[in-house]
Design a protein around this ligand. Structure first.
Ligand code: UDP
Length: 313
């Protein structure tokens, strides 16, 4: 039985990961400051003796009793509207917070996995994006607090690894959707589904010709845990679904799957919104034997069912 610390444990990805680890009979400690997440996501685990929750900010000095085998560092608001609400805190989470978690990993001799992001590639000039691509990020723009923060987090991981021999893993997570996304998350899949279910207009930013590649949450969890368990490979590794869609195609699919009668409205495109994004997952296939298994339509149906249930309660 391993003891695993999950920071950001009550968020969308974190709470899904906690459930997966508890099913594997690991002991899980979830840490979260509840800035962009909800305690409801982990309520069903609270009666499990192998689960505990600590409400705490990883930016503050972090001490914890007992042994820890692994740390999944997921803490950080990840939706553009949320990470731009308090950009200074967003930078701190990926710099001070990551240093605190790396120090904890050193002290406990734990393996630490950093949730990095496709945002390290910025508005990419290379397509699809391989791990070797160094990115095209505007250091001055509104997304930089997240993008540059996450880039610095990767630097810190590598430096702790080289300087102190810390056992690190870096995964670059591409757009992910599924149950337990917050209603007010603001990202495209949850926005479109909620709008369709409420019979509101679907809000496309820009023309809808920009692309993203969406992976279902279960695929991300299996990829991340495969990476955590893999020996002699620190990454970075892309974890995402290489099937690429325009945002207009996503809107049309959600309209069909929900039976929505509403129209699409076009709003302005946010500053520095990447024009295209698609992971090259050759490395994940080779090193982890991993690839996504859930097609978009199946994942969307499950996510629509989840939001329908939420709306009924
Ligand atoms: N988007 C949109 N309507 C929305 C929310 C997002 O058209 O209600 C667009 C957004 O401009 C971007 C894409 O969908 O081009 C993905 O946005 P999201 O915030 O989900 O994630 P990102 O990949 O930009 O971090």
């Amino acid at each position: 039985m391993k003891t695993i610390l999950v920071t950001g444990g009550s968020g969308f990805i974190g709470s899904n990961l906690c459930g997966y680890l508890l099913n594997k009979n690991d002991r899980v400690i979830a840490v979260d400051n509840l800035f962009s997440s909800s305690k409801e996501n982990i309520e069903r685990f609270l009666s499990n003796p192998d689960f505990s929750f600590i409400e705490r900010d990883i930016n503050k000095k972090f001490e914890i009793e007992g042994e820890i085998d692994q740390i999944y560092n997921l803490a950080c608001p990840a939706s553009p509207i949320w990470y731009q609400k308090n950009p200074v805190e967003t930078v701190k989470t990926s710099v001070l917070g990551v240093i605190n978690m790396l120090e904890l990993a050193r002290e406990k001799k734990a393996r630490i996995l950093q949730a990095s992001t496709s945002e390290v590639y910025g508005d990419p000039m290379e397509h699809p994006q391989k791990e070797t691509y160094r990115g095209n990020v505007n250091t001055l723009g509104p997304r930089a607090c997240y993008d540059e923060g996450k880039r610095c987090a990767e630097t810190l991981m590598m430096d702790y690894h080289r300087q102190y021999g810390t056992d690190i893993k870096i995964v670059r997570i591409f757009n992910t959707y599924g149950p337990r996304m917050a209603m007010d998350d603001g990202r495209v899949v949850s926005n479109f589904i909620i709008q369709a279910l409420k019979n509101e207009d679907i809000t496309i930013y820009g023309t809808g010709s920009q692309t993203r590649s969406f992976q279902y949450i279960d695929d991300l969890i299996s990829g991340m845990s495969a990476m955590m368990e893999k020996e002699n490979f620190i990454g970075p590794v892309n974890i995402g679904n290489p099937q690429e869609f325009t945002i207009l195609e996503i809107a049309e699919k959600i309209i069909v799957l929900t039976g929505s009668k509403n129209k699409i409205t076009y709003n302005s495109l946010p500053e520095d919104d990447p024009l295209k994004r698609k992971p090259d997952i050759t490395l994940a296939r080779e090193k982890l034997g991993w690839e996504p298994a859930v097609p978009l339509e199946e994942g969307l149906k499950k996510t629509i069912d989840y939001f329908k249930k939420i709306a009924e309660n």
